[in-house]
Design a protein around this ligand. Structure first.
Ligand code: ZN
Ligand code: ZN
Length: 347
């Protein structure tokens, strides 16, 4: 197939219609009326994203500050490594959300991506915020160097790094689809062994401030994953020439490889942490991969892992099944949100 490089969408082009003619490579004026968009139900997604607004310093870290030094050495080490990992996901995602929006010729996608990018920026900030609460500047910097230096982390991030940079260099529909595949993996799977580590601490009443923040991030990532998988399906439907067995095989192969790398990483970083069963973690990773594939309109590839093997985790964060968690409700926040679009039940 010839490589047709996409142009960045025009910012304002009055000769084009307001309602876009295609998500990517189409025409639109740049004027957004949410009541006249190509995929009307995306308005509800936008509202839900905006309704999840939060900021890092809303979370009180006073208890964690006292507790950090009482953690075991393996827990402290895993804590710093996992924050290092999470920062290597949220930073590129801030920019990739922007890049997708620059090539999207649909103003509703541009707006949704702007909200996602803002949330990824808050996630990044929150890692600096939690680390500055518990360790010295030297140790904070060391944790943020891991994404550049830790060989297992570098190996784990190699494919996504390559795909995200391919999109920068060659903005084609194919690279957009492949970037959406890696974005689905990122939002729906890459974060989750890290999240599980913090929830495991919380269920032993340790570092509850950090875990509260992680569950805010987790809630955002679930919404992002939901939108990105919709965007993937819609983009593929609009460009049926890419809906080939070759491309779908590429998706499955990259999901499988990502699961293996995730497994290797989680064993490396969680091996000495008490309370996490590594085989259960492998099952959880496969369960998350299945879930994302299903949302992308594809088939599950791990038929023995259609259910969540880490049941305890559901107390800390919801999944798409609509189970309500009590975890957020225990925490007082500076403001109360009343919009019913903000409810966990809608996830
Ligand atoms: Zn994020
Ligand atoms: Zn995200």
């Amino acid at each position: 197939m010839p490589k047709l490089l996409l142009e960045k969408a025009k910012t304002l082009e009055p000769r084009n219609p307001n309602k876009s003619t295609a998500l990517f490579g189409g025409k639109s004026s740049g004027i957004l009326n949410w009541n006249d968009i190509a995929y009307p139900h995306w308005y509800k997604m936008y509202k839900r994203l905006v309704g999840n607004y939060w900021q890092a310093d809303e979370v009180n870290m006073a208890g964690d500050v006292k507790q950090f030094s009482t953690l075991t050495e393996s827990e402290r080490e895993a804590y710093l490594k996992i924050i290092g990992l999470l920062s290597t996901l949220d930073a590129p995602q801030t920019r990739t959300a922007l890049l997708l929006s620059l090539y999207a010729t649909d103003a509703s996608v541009q707006s949704i991506m702007a909200v996602i990018a803002q949330q990824e920026a808050v996630h990044n900030e929150s890692y600096s915020y939690v680390l500055s609460s518990v360790v010295s500047l030297d140790e904070q910097n060391e944790s943020f160097q891991l994404g550049r230096k830790d060989p297992i982390l570098l190996k784990r991030n190699e494919n996504i790094t390559q795909q995200y940079n391919n999109f920068v260099e060659e903005p084609t529909i194919e690279n957009i689809l492949k970037t959406l595949v890696y974005t689905s993996l990122l939002e729906g799977m890459f974060f989750y062994s890290g999240f599980a580590f913090f929830y495991n601490l919380a269920r032993h009443n340790k570092m509850v401030g950090t875990s509260t923040m992680i569950s805010y991030i987790n809630r955002d990532e679930l919404e992002h994953g939901r939108f990105i998988s919709e965007l993937f399906r819609a983009t593929l439907a609009e460009n049926p020439e890419y809906n080939t067995s070759e491309f779908i095989d590429w998706v499955y192969a990259h999901f499988k490889e990502s699961v293996e790398l995730e497994n290797e990483w989680s064993r490396y970083v969680l091996g000495d942490v008490e309370g996490i069963d590594l085989d259960e973690m492998t099952g959880y990773i496969k369960y998350r991969a299945n879930k994302m594939l299903r949302m992308m309109g594809l088939n599950e590839i791990y038929t023995e892992h259609v259910d969540n093997p880490m049941k305890w985790i559901r107390a800390y964060v919801d999944n798409f099944d609509g189970t309500k968690t009590d975890f957020f409700e225990q925490k007082s926040r500076q403001y109360t949100k009343t919009s019913d679009l903000n409810g966990f039940d809608d996830l």
